[in-house]
Design a protein around this ligand. Structure first.
Ligand SMILES: Cc1cc2nc3c(=O)[nH]c(=O)nc-3n(C[C@H](O)[C@H](O)[C@H](O)COP(=O)(O)OP(=O)(O)OC[C@H]3O[C@@H](n4cnc5c(N)ncnc54)[C@H](O)[C@@H]3O)c2cc1C
Ligand SMILES: *[C@@H]1O[C@H](CO)[C@@H](O)[C@H](O)[C@H]1NC(C)=O
Ligand SMILES: *[C@@H]1O[C@H](CO)[C@@H](O)[C@H](O)[C@H]1NC(C)=O
Ligand SMILES: *[C@@H]1O[C@H](CO)[C@@H](O)[C@H](O)[C@H]1NC(C)=O
Ligand SMILES: *[C@@H]1O[C@H](CO)[C@@H](O)[C@H](O)[C@H]1NC(C)=O
Ligand SMILES: CC(=O)N[C@H]1CO[C@H](CO)[C@@H](O)[C@@H]1O
Length: 345
């Protein structure tokens, strides 16, 4: 056995959004003797993760390979955030509890959420009285309590924790995953929409979203209604949205979208009219019909690279990142043990 002469395994996490940073922290926790480096060309405010409302709420069509895997990701994610929420890191990491309503006039089914029911502390049908708290004459509603994570705080916290635990961060653009072969044994590809170019993955599609960040510290409830209307408080601001524009790459703020967002949100919560708007923001949700978390062994003249992909979280990356991170690390460990006995590992 040459185990004693083995050099430390070196792992690159590509991407510093919520998916990359939760993966990097999971690697430090589960593989403390590996050398782990996060490489990205955008950090903190420059990422898509930064502007997300951050509410823990998977959409009905959020999907992994199988319903069981999807359920496990969501369950593991909730446990992760709930543990943080119950710890003395809650404030620094920007994790808070929030309750709210979801309203619809179309059907009862729209206001239900099978992935949240039974997981969060409360998810029930709204009472007749509750349907009339907010204007709109809503026919269907649900009341829920969940968690909300403010990435403005979470990403800096995660970067700090990662470095404190011995991880390294590098700022650079990767043109081809294979260029990482020289330096790393493994890559976890958390490049979000970047995977469209990097992996020529045509299944990756942007779903453009625009939001307003407003000052309304009095607003404690999260509200959802039809036509992508939402008002979600988190620790640093209230996010008011939104829109979902499939296959749009336009990162500029559209005054037309702003006006439509305000009109719908003010109708749902008239008091919001007086809330000062801090900023307007556009993000491209890295959508893939099935979120890709899977291993791949890539060979080229430059060498062999073991990759675990972890991208395509769409509009639910904050919700699902810790769960997919855990799954990606499990896959990486399996690749690693399968490789023991190979020349390099
Ligand atoms: C308006 C809006 C509201 C949202 N609200 C919510 C919400 O309430 N709840 C929720 O769960 N989700 C929400 N989301 C979705 C969430 O923002 C995304 O799912 C999440 O941010 C995806 O994270 P990510 O780490 O995959 O991508 P990103 O944050 O985009 O990070 C990608 C990283 O990869 C790096 N990268 C990519 N390519 C390369 C390369 N070639 N070389 C080097 N680095 C590279 C980038 O620099 C970056 O660091 C919302 C999204 C939008 C747009
Ligand atoms: C996901 O669901 C939304 C409505 O909730 C729908 O508009 C969208 O087309 C769906 N996307 C996919 C890929 O199924
Ligand atoms: C919902 O339906 C009710 C009854 O038909 C109607 O009065 C109300 O205006 C509708 N609300 C919305 C927001 O469309
Ligand atoms: C990363 O590098 C680029 C180009 O050198 C620079 O413009 C950017 O400010 C750097 N970002 C960070 C967070 O250091
Ligand atoms: C949503 O949009 C549709 C189509 O534009 C419209 O008929 C409906 O009234 C809108 N619903 C709400 C609650 O604004
Ligand atoms: C190294 C690399 O980019 N590997 C793959 C990423 O995923 C696509 C499929 O979506 C492959 O074609 C690439 O070879």
């Amino acid at each position: 056995m040459c185990v004693a002469r083995m050099t430390a395994v070196s792992i690159c996490v590509l991407g510093a959004g919520v998916v990359g940073m939760t993966t990097a922290l999971e690697l430090r926790a589960q593989m403390p003797s590996a050398m782990t480096t996060v490489i990205a060309d955008k950090f903190r405010e420059a990422t898509t993760s930064d502007g997300a409302a951050g509410i823990f709420r998977p959409g009905s069509n959020f999907s992994g390979e199988t319903p069981e895997i999807t359920k496990k990701w969501i369950h593991d994610s909730y446990t992760y955030y709930n543990d943080l929420y119950s710890s003395d890191h809650a404030e620094l990491a920007g994790v808070d509890q929030v309750s709210g309503f979801m309203f619809s006039n179309i059907s009862e089914d729209i206001v239900r959420n099978h992935l949240l029911e039974g997981l969060v502390p409360t998810y029930r049908a709204a009472s007749e009285e509750e349907l009339h708290i907010y204007p709109g004459g809503w026919k269907h509603g649900s009341f829920f309590t969940t968690l909300v994570t403010d990435c403005r705080k979470f990403l800096p916290w995660a970067m700090y924790r990662f470095q404190e635990s011995g991880g390294t961060i590098q700022n650079k653009t990767v043109k081809n995953l294979m260029e990482l072969t020289k330096e790393f044994d493994f890559v976890v590809n958390c490049s979000g929409l970047g995977a469209r170019q990097l992996c020529s993955d045509k299944k990756m599609v942007p779903i453009r979203g625009q939001v307003l960040k407003v000052q309304a510290p009095w607003m404690k409830m999260a509200l959802y209604a039809e036509n992508d209307t939402y008002i979600i408080p988190s620790s640093s601001s209230v996010t008011v949205g939104g829109c979902r524009q499939y296959d749009s790459y336009d990162l500029s703020v559209s005054p037309h979208d702003s006006a439509a967002i305000k009109e719908r949100a003010y109708r749902l919560l008239p008091a919001l009219r007086s809330a000062p708007v801090d900023r307007e923001w556009v993000g491209l949700r890295p959508h893939r019909s099935v979120v890709r978390v899977e291993p791949e062994v890539c060979r080229s003249p430059a060498g062999t690279l073991k990759v675990v992909h972890n991208y395509g979280h769409g509009g639910y990356g904050v919700t699902s990142a810790p769960g997919t991170a855990r799954y990606a690390v499990k896959l990486l460990k399996e690749l690693h043990s399968a490789g023991v006995g190979n020349s390099k590992l």
